[in-house]
Design a protein around this ligand. Structure first.
Ligand code: SF4
Ligand code: SF4
Length: 472
């Protein structure tokens, strides 16, 4: 009875605490076995493509603008070469809200695919830092043995080399992170100029490098389980219909050791041979056979590990697979049902909204105001003029000539100082007179509509008041 209770407790222990924390609250270090298999192969391809993008993007310029600049401190945001001005922040805000809704819907439908396939934490950890560890210390078993060994010269050398390379990569990643925030030019200035002039920037560089080193050398999977808000939200985002990495307990249980040539069905055994390969490859140290857990980053390593065991024992693949809890409990295979199709359609529409709102913003923004403190003038008999200030924001990467036309009345516009040319990525101002026929000004204040044109194209229409004499 006592033995039974102990086993029962062990089975449900995973619900009490994280797999990487013991009963006393101390960290249990995860020695993840090197994964291999088709999903790992494709995950590596995606990860390397993302790494190439991460390291190349700061050097890519689109029409003279950086591809990506996220300087939130100075409100300088550039996405795919499109610079967002403070005037565009409503668009940026809308795009971010749409993106958040997109992420929520995506997670409800497809679970944590992002975490396992594209999250920078996973990509850096698995494709750079864990590889360095395998290269220097060997696979999980050898790493464990090395940690148990006393401190010999060989161990000091291997640990020292590993951490030196870890710090080098953390330093490189930290510098790139900084480039994304301050821009390539500012970063070059930072590393080539007098350090005393850039103490804040250098402080940021040291802080980012130290944080990255701490995360990848020690904190690792704890980021996903404890710190990451997206990871913490999984409990409320996932439901029975979400596609996650699932163990088919209907098929797998009762788990039992495999014996060559046996008929497992006749022997009353499930497909799981209790080899624990799925646990050994798990980078977060969990046993997926306990069901979906907070720590699971959907990396699919356990799918590859289990499929190779299924092949080796002559059983069909897919004991662990991408499936929803509902599919597993009803014994159904993964298929695109109405819910997934409907959510995917909403996701596509949201992506369209984001793209459209970013693409359709005006390249020039204009404001026209009557010159303060000025009333009307009568430059010649039968004519009335008003003085206006125009402010123009050119968001493009070329200098733009600007024309102002009267759309609502026939009249004349006299720009003081000649033609307007607004320099790229800057604000321009000018002053102009609008002269109307007195007969058209039938009250002391009438609305007039101006068209702001550049290179023959109407950019913006603005309606402003025009003042005239009091009518009897
Ligand atoms: S349970 Fe499987 S998918 Fe989840 S983190 Fe572990 S290995 Fe990756
Ligand atoms: S790898 Fe597959 S067969 Fe082995 S323990 Fe895990 S689920 Fe069972």
């Amino acid at each position: 009875m006592v033995q039974f209770k102990k086993e029962e407790k062990e089975k449900t222990d995973f619900r009490d605490r994280l797999a990487t924390i013991d009963e006393k609250g101390s960290r249990i270090w995860v020695y993840a076995k090197k994964p291999k298999g088709p999903l790992t192969f494709w995950r590596n391809i995606v990860g390397f493509a993302l790494l190439i993008f991460f390291f190349a993007a700061p050097f890519i310029r689109i029409q003279g603008e950086p591809m990506l600049l996220l300087n939130f401190i100075e409100r300088e945001i550039v996405l795919l070469g499109v610079r967002f001005w403070p005037q565009d922040f409503h668009l940026f805000f809308l795009a971010m809200i749409s993106l958040m809704v997109f992420i929520i819907l995506f997670t409800v439908t497809y679970g944590r695919i992002w975490c396992g396939w594209a999250c920078p934490q996973t990509v850096f950890m698995e494709l750079i830092f864990r590889r360095i560890e395998y290269w220097i210390e060997g696979d999980a078993y050898h790493q464990k043995q090395l940690d148990k060994q006393p401190w010999t010269a060989g161990k000091v050398f291997r640990k020292g080399l590993k951490h030196a390379i870890f710090f080098l990569f953390a330093f490189i990643a930290g510098n790139y992170f900084l480039m994304y925030i301050i821009g390539l030019e500012a970063w070059i200035g930072l590393v080539s100029d007098d350090p005393l002039k850039h103490l804040a920037g250098l402080g940021g560089m040291v802080a980012f490098s130290a944080v990255f080193y701490f995360i990848f050398a020690w904190f690792r999977e704890q980021v996903c389980s404890i710190v990451c808000p997206y990871g913490r939200l999984q409990g409320v985002l996932l439901d029975r219909n979400s596609i996650v990495i699932s163990y088919d307990y209907k098929r797998g249980e009762p788990r039992a050791t495999f014996f060559k040539g046996e008929d497992r069905t006749k022997a009353g055994k499930g497909s799981c041979i209790n080899c624990t390969q799925c646990v050994q490859v798990c980078p977060t140290g969990i046993d997926i056979r306990n069901g979906t857990q907070l720590e699971c980053i959907n990396c699919a390593c356990c799918i590859d590990a289990c499929n190779s065991m299924m092949d080796a024992t002559g059983q069909p693949r897919g004991l662990i697979r991408y499936a929803s809890e509902k599919m597993i409990s009803e014994g159904k295979k993964m298929k695109f049902n109405a819910r997934i199709i409907a959510y995917s359609a909403v996701l596509i529409i949201l992506l369209g909204v984001i793209t459209f709102s970013l693409a359709s913003r005006n390249s020039i923004e204009a404001t026209i105001l009557r010159a303060p403190g000025m009333l009307f003038q009568e430059p010649e008999p039968g004519k009335i003029s008003n003085l206006y200030n125009i402010k123009l924001l050119n968001k493009t990467n070329e200098d733009l000539p600007v024309e102002i036309k009267l759309l609502s009345h026939s009249g004349t516009i006299n720009i003081i100082g000649g033609d307007i040319l607004v320099k790229q990525q800057s604000v321009g101002e000018s002053v102009f007179f609008t002269i109307l026929e007195k007969k058209d000004v039938n009250s002391d204040k009438i609305p007039v509509r101006f068209g702001v044109y550049s290179q023959g194209k109407l950019i913006e229409e603005l309606t402003v008041s025009f003042v005239g004499p009091n009518m009897p």
